[in-house]
Design a binder for this molecule. Structure first.
Ligand SMILES: [Zn+2]
Length: 152
């Protein structure tokens, strides 16, 4: 069987929306027809409602009402047609460093630069591994500068 069981069940979202509509009837394709709340739907059931691939609720008024008008008429907005997990704002989705973390990292890199400078002041050549350590520190300092620029 190729049918996904998920498709056979209505999402909570779809239930929530159909509960706000009048004259809801189920269609053979699994979707619904209802009276469009956005226009005077005397001819009856101009609104087709179904579930999309991403579990978003699809709405189509055959009289031409926009999704915005339809959702507004039932006290919702177009974002409510999407599953709640999909449109949840996740500030931690990308991990930015906070100022404290950046300064803490810079402290360490400043120390590396200082040690390298002192070594060179004594007239000694900087060992190869210390040179790469120093250049990594410089790269991180530049990265930190571009991070903090993003917050301005
Ligand atoms: Zn309509």
């Amino acid at each position: 069987m190729n049918f996904s069981t998920k498709k056979l069940h209505d999402s909570d979202n779809l239930n929530e929306i159909t509960s706000r509509l009048k004259g809801v009837v189920k269609r053979s394709n699994g979707g619904y027809l209802a009276f469009c709340p956005s226009h005077n739907d005397q001819k009856g059931r101009s609104l087709a409602v179904s579930l999309g691939r991403q579990d978003q609720v699809l709405m189509h008024c055959f009289a031409g009402c926009s999704v915005h008008e339809i959702t507004q008429a039932i006290g919702l907005n177009p974002a409510d047609l999407f599953p709640r997990t999909e449109c949840k704002y996740e500030p931690q989705a990308r991990s930015y460093f906070n100022d404290w973390q950046i300064i803490h990292a810079l402290q360490r890199d400043a120390l590396i630069v200082l040690i390298a400078a002192r070594t060179m002041l004594t007239g000694k050549a900087l060992p190869e591994e210390d040179v790469s350590c120093l250049s990594n520190a410089v790269i991180r300092i530049n990265d930190a500068a571009s991070y903090s620029r993003r917050f301005q």
